[in-house]
Design a protein around this ligand. Sequence first.
Ligand SMILES: Nc1ncnc2c1ncn2[C@@H]1O[C@H](COP(=O)(O)OP(=O)(O)OP(=O)(O)O)[C@@H](O)[C@H]1O
Ligand SMILES: [Mg+2]
Length: 398
Amino acid sequence: MRFGQLDGQVYLVRDISEKRILRDSLRQSQKLEAIGILTGGIAHDFNNALSIVIGYSSMVLEELKSNESAQGKVQLILDAAEKAAELTRQLLGYSRKTLIFPTSFNVNDEIKAFEKMVRRLIVASIDIKLELGSSLPEVYADSSSFDQVMMNLCLNARDAMQDGGTLIITSRRVDDYQALARDCVCVEVSDTGSGIPQAFQGKIFDPFFTTKEPGSGTGLGLSMVMGLVKQHGGAIEFDSIEGRGSVFKIYWPVQKIPVKKGKPVTAEKQVQGSESILIVEDNHALRQMMQHALQALGYSTHLAENANEAISILKENCGIDLIVTDLIMPGKVTIQDLVDYVTKNRLSSTFLFISGYGEEAVLKDYEFIRANENFLSKPFSPINLAKHVRKVLDLRDN
Ligand SMILES: Nc1ncnc2c1ncn2[C@@H]1O[C@H](COP(=O)(O)OP(=O)(O)OP(=O)(O)O)[C@@H](O)[C@H]1O
Ligand SMILES: [Mg+2]
């Protein structure tokens, strides 16, 4: 090629499709992470607000014993706040800050309730059949995670049956499931759809692996399913023949410890006390709600806005029996500093930690938190707070 005169052309061709896929998935995961952080933050603030609503409406409910009509109205506020609390739990689940709240349940009840929802999402050309096993043991799982798993599997089955077919959900007990060496309940979702080509079978659980059109699938469904099932100590198996259909089998572990049903409700009297409690919480209204609730039960209270203030109060009052404190502290002095201060100075104060992030998430991060012992999740009701306070104080005294 000479300057000013064109003798020929050179074409440079570079395949950037892989790069583009990588870039798109990176952007997607950054987006998800940002949504996670955002929802986590909102849910946290929400939990503070809900603690106040639940707290004061429970107190008002008590005070309104003689006024049935007003009581009914306040009960409605309380019910709505509790629904909102469930919603924030789901939001936190999405942000993966708090993940599971397991309870014992029979999968058949959950599947029957879930079926109604699925029918709305599935076209009429697809038949839905339930084949539920009898006398199943209860599984120990988080029911919204269970629904999320089922929803992803059913939507995949629907997408695989564009020309109609049959979706079958079955449940059966599997005693001593070899792969997990424990008793499980197996829930199967099978379809008579397109099946999964052999070449893709090793990839379907990879995040962002999808064969769907851009915009109609993110490729995160099965990786989310895998994450949730693993977290529950369960397992997944699948089988698929191209052109014939697929079956996904989820093994949910059965709870070993029998569930205590009809636990007696602690009588008001038993949660009363006269000990001295330091409340450390940066949210003013929540701090006051806790003070009201505890004072009404006979406790004497001190208030601090942050860990620094809490240490100053401890310096002046060596007789504080319990410190009820949020885990996240504004300012430079952290919750760890507060715990260290108490340990170093050999104070007899014990702790009850509260957080909007749920036990699962905080257990990993704070070694001083002991599950079911010195931790309370937000939002909480006054009676819940009172019960936890009494439990922690009684544990210290024994
Ligand atoms: N029941 C099924 N039948 C046929 N192929 C399936 C089935 N389930 C999953 N697949 C295949 O696995 C891929 C990954 O599934 P996954 O649920 O992770 O993502 P997706 O359904 O493509 O997108 P998303 O669930 O995020 O909307 C699908 O794109 C599809 O190719
Ligand atoms: Mg999917």
